[in-house]
Write a new protein. Structure first.
Length: 88
């Protein structure tokens, strides 16, 4: 119901997230990106995005077929709205 208000499309802009991660890591703290499809994260930060969605609630989109990094990607929650989401 509140998808448009709460969802932040990190595939469109990673500037703020990347800056936040850089600050946290520069202070010696561990940072992880939970539940981020890998292709929505710039390559330099992908090591911080483990596949964290459990198998029973994980799904992939049609566009994921043939993806070279699928085995490392956590995909999407089963209930991820198919008509909303990441632009890139
Ligand atoms: S499997 Fe799908 S969501 Fe994951 S990186 Fe590949 S295209 Fe993106």
């Amino acid at each position: 119901m509140n998808w448009n208000t709460l969802f932040f499309d990190s595939s469109n802009s990673f500037v703020e997230l990347g800056a936040g991660l850089d600050i946290v890591r520069s202070r010696g703290l561990e940072a992880k990106l939970y539940n981020f499809p890998l292709c929505t994260v710039p390559e330099a930060y992908r090591e911080l995005a483990p596949a964290t969605i459990s198998d029973w609630k994980k799904t992939y989109l049609e566009e994921c077929n043939g993806c070279a990094i699928k085995e490392h990607c956590g995909g999407f929650f089963e209930w991820h709205p198919k008509n909303h989401g990441y632009k890139r």
